[in-house]
Design a protein around this ligand. Structure first.
Ligand code: ATP
Ligand code: MG
Length: 251
């Protein structure tokens, strides 16, 4: 589905990505973890065609996208949709929810909007309202509905629950996992939180300073991390440590 070969991205003085190679297969739930500044969002922008690599190759469904001009990226814009961290920042406050959700379609389709609202668990009359009339969790549901509107095959979520109250995080994660199943989506899920990635992903890549230092099946990487940095991350996540201990104890 997605293929990166030796991808670099430099900003003036920052070398944000240093030779990233990875493959995301259709149907995979691919997690990307790493500390702040490790290059996760830079990678997301490159995957979505919102930014270009300094060098290296990026393909989507077998087609090179790294050198394509904006006008030729139309297919990617509908096939791959991104959900960002801050739902308020990504929703236009002056637009009705129905129009926001239908934005990627280029025109408002009331029926499709109603379908999408139902799919993300929002009341049917939400379409008439404005973003500020919703809670943080509900606003993230609106962003998810908008991402699903063009029937993408890949959903990329960049820290989709980090800005939310702990109490609603699980609901949004469960919703995402459910939608990925229901619509047969490939998921790329970015988080600094290993517990969250463990909950929704089957595969994980660990990023550090612009490089992938370890990757594999989630269960394997978390149970037997090979790279010292992965061990550090796990050790620094007390809840995750407790959960892993419980899982092992029960096995
Ligand atoms: N447009 C830009 N111009 C200059 N430097 C940038 C730009 N975007 C990102 N960077 C730098 O690239 C590095 C990687 O940033 P990136 O946002 O990808 O990290 P991240 O892993 O998403 O971090 P976080 O967990 O905080 O979201 C950082 O050092 C950042 O300051
Ligand atoms: Mg980021």
């Amino acid at each position: 589905m997605i293929e990166l070969r030796d991808v670099h991205r430099r900003y003036d003085r920052v070398h944000a990505l240093r030779g990233i190679s990875l493959d995301v297969e259709a149907g995979q739930r691919f997690g990307i973890v790493g500390e702040s500044g490790s290059g996760k969002s830079t990678l997301v922008r490159l995957l979505a065609g919102l930014d270009r690599p300094t060098s290296g190759e990026i393909s989507f469904q077998g087609q090179r996208i790294d050198g394509l001009p904006e006008r030729k990226l139309g297919f990617l814009r509908s096939a791959l949709q991104v959900v960002f961290q801050d739902p308020m920042g990504s929703l236009d406050p002056r637009m009705r929810v129905r129009d926001i959700i239908c934005e990627p379609l280029g025109r408002t389709d009331r029926e499709r909007a109603a379908e999408l609202l139902a799919a993300v668990g929002l009341p049917a009359d939400s379409g008439d309202r404005y973003p500020h009339q919703f809670s943080g969790g509900q606003r993230q549901r609106i962003s998810i509905a908008r991402a699903l509107a063009p029937r993408p095959s890949v959903l990329v979520a960049d820290e989709p629950v980090s800005a939310l109250d702990v109490s609603v995080r699980k609901q949004i994660l469960d919703l995402l996992a459910d939608l990925v199943d229901r619509f047969d989506l490939t998921l790329v899920f970015v988080s600094h939180d290993l517990g969250v990635v463990r909950r929704v992903c089957d595969t994980v890549a660990v990023m550090r300073r612009g490089e992938i230092v370890e990757r594999g099946e989630v269960a394997e990487v978390y149970d037997a991390p090979r790279h010292p940095y992965t061990r550090e991350l796990i050790a620094a996540a007390p809840n995750l440590r407790a959960e892993l201990a419980r899982l092992r104890g029960g096995a």
